[in-house]
Design a binder for this molecule. Structure first.
Ligand code: MG
Length: 407
C-alpha cells in the first residue's frame, strides 16, 4: 500500500450509525442536481428508514424550496449566500436557513449520513465537514476527493468518519470487496461505457460538437460528467478515486470498456476468482446502497430482465483516441498536487468546450499543457488544496485563452 491509502476494512466494517431498527438521519447536499434529485426519490420511497434533516444546494432556490415542502427538513442551506433571503421567503415556516460555504458545512455535520452530491471542486468543504464530524459520507463528488486526497485521507483516518461511494463503479467495487479480505485482492477492474464516441478514431473525433458529447448512451448525468464520459476523463478520475478509496496500487487497477453498462465493476481475487456487480444503469441503486449501508433497501431499483439482456461485451479502452484516460492515470501515479491540477484543468477546459470556446479534442491538450506546469510537493492543508486548485485554474485558463483553437 502507498501514500494516504488505507485498507478497505474500516469502511467495510459494521456501520457506526443508523440501521439498528430506528430511522437514519440524512442530509442531502447538492440536492437539486441529477444525483441529489434521485436521492430525494430514494428517501421518499423509504419514509420509515430515513429522515431528511437537511437539504443544501448551490443556487437553485426554487427547486430547493419545492424539496423542502416535500421532505420538511429542519434546515436548508444555500451555497450562494446572496440568495438566502429569497430562499427564506420560499421554504415552509420554521425551516432554518443556513447560507454560504459555512452553511453547507454546518448541514454536513448534523446528520448520521451525508450525501455529497455537490458538483466539482466546490464539494470539498462538505466532504471534510462530514468526515470531521465522524459521519458516514455517501460520496457522489469524486472531484474534491481526488483533488484534496492528501488532506481528506488524513481527516478520514483520524476522525472515525467513513466513506461509502455513490459512483456506480466504486459502489460496485465496494460490494465486490465484501467477498474477500483486503490481502486477497488481486486487481480492481473498472468498467467504462465508452461514452458516445466509443469506437471512433482521432480523425473522426476532430470536429465533434457539444450536442454530440452530451448524448450519453446509457447514463443521464449533469453536463460536466457527461462530457467527462465522452473524453474518458471520467474513467481516469475514477481510477484515482478507486486508488484513494480502497488503497489498491495503480498497477492493480484496470479499465475495460463495457458498452452495456450492466457490469458496474469487478474485483479479481488472488485465487483467480472474479466477483462482479451487475444491475441496470440506474443511479438510485448506488444512492440507496450508500444511504442504507450495511443494509440493502427492499426496493429493486433497476432489476435486470435476463431474457432481454442479450449480450455483455468487453474491450480495451483506446488510449490514443481518448488521451484524458492516460493523463489522469499518470497524474494519479504522480500524486501530490497533480490530481488537483488535473481536475482543475479539466473543469476549465470542459467549461470552455461547453461555451464553444474550445474544440472537444483540445480538452486533453489543455489538461496536458497545464499538468506540464504543475508544482512539486503535496498540499498539507485545505488552504493549500484551494490555492493549488486556483493556480491550476489560472494556468489552464491562460492556455485556453492564449492559444489558437481552430474549429
Ligand atoms: Mg462512475
Amino acid at each position: 500500500m502507498d501514500r494516504g491509502a488505507q485498507p478497505t476494512a474500516p469502511d467495510l466494517a459494521v456501520m457506526q450509525s443508523g440501521g439498528a431498527g430506528g430511522e437514519t438521519t440524512v442530509a442531502l447536499l447538492g440536492s437539486t442536481g441529477s444525483i441529489g434529485s434521485q436521492a430525494v426519490d430514494v428517501v421518499r420511497a423509504h419514509p420509515d428508514q430515513f429522515r431528511v434533516v437537511g437539504l443544501g444546494a448551490q443556487r437553485s432556490i426554487d427547486r430547493l424550496a419545492e424539496q423542502a415542502f416535500l421532505l420538511r427538513p429542519e434546515a436548508v442551506a444555500i451555497g450562494d449566500d446572496t440568495l438566502a433571503g429569497a430562499l427564506a421567503a420560499r421554504v415552509p415556516a420554521g425551516t432554518e436557513v443556513l447560507a454560504g460555504v459555512d452553511g453547507l458545512r454546518e448541514l454536513a455535520s448534523r446528520a448520521e449520513v451525508v450525501l455529497n452530491a455537490v458538483v466539482g471542486f466546490a464539494g470539498l468543504p462538505v466532504t471534510l465537514a462530514a468526515l470531521h464530524a465522524g459521519r458516514r459520507l455517501a460520496l457522489a463528488n469524486k472531484q474534491s476527493f481526488i483533488a484534496g486526497a492528501p488532506v481528506v485521507q488524513a481527516v478520514r483516518n483520524a476522525s472515525g468518519g467513513s466513506i461509502v461511494p455513490v459512483d456506480s463503479e466504486h459502489c460496485a467495487l465496494h460490494q465486490c470487496l465484501r467477498a474477500g479480505a483486503f490481502g486477497e485482492v488481486g486487481r480492481l477492474v473498472l468498467t467504462a461505457s465508452g461514452g458516445p464516441f466509443r469506437g471512433r478514431t482521432p480523425a473522426e473525433l476532430h470536429a465533434v460538437g457539444v450536442d454530440e458529447a452530451l448524448a450519453h448512451p446509457t447514463w443521464q448525468m449533469g453536463p460536466q460528467n457527461t462530457v467527462d464520459s465522452s473524453t474518458l476523463m471520467n474513467k481516469g478520475l475514477e481510477v484515482i478515486e478507486a486508488h484513494e478509496l480502497f488503497g489498491i496500487d495503480y498497477d492493480a487497477i484496470e479499465v475495460v470498456v463495457h458498452p452495456q453498462s450492466v457490469v458496474h465493476s469487478m474485483v479479481e481475487f488472488c485465487d483467480g476468482s472474479t466477483v462482479a456487480q451487475l444491475s441496470m444503469p440506474d443511479m438510485r441503486l448506488p444512492i440507496g446502497y450508500a444511504l442504507g449501508y450495511p443494509e440493502r433497501l427492499p426496493h429493486p431499483f433497476g432489476a435486470i430482465d435476463w431474457t432481454a439482456l442479450g449480450r455483455l461485451d468487453f474491450e480495451p479502452p483506446d488510449r490514443d483516441a481518448f488521451r484524458c484516460l492516460a493523463l489522469a492515470e499518470a497524474a494519479g501515479r504522480a500524486g501530490g498536487h497533480a490530481p488537483a491540477w488535473l481536475n482543475a484543468a479539466n473543469e476549465v477546459a470542459v467549461d470552455a468546450f461547453l461555451d464553444k470556446r474550445l474544440p472537444w479534442r483540445a480538452i486533453a491538450e489543455v489538461v496536458e499543457a497545464t499538468l506540464a506546469q504543475c508544482e512539486a510537493g503535496s498540499p498539507v492543508s485545505v488552504e493549500e488544496v484551494v490555492a493549488s486548485d486556483r493556480r491550476a485554474r489560472s494556468v489552464a485558463g491562460a492556455i485556453v485563452d492564449d492559444r489558437e483553437w481552430a474549429a
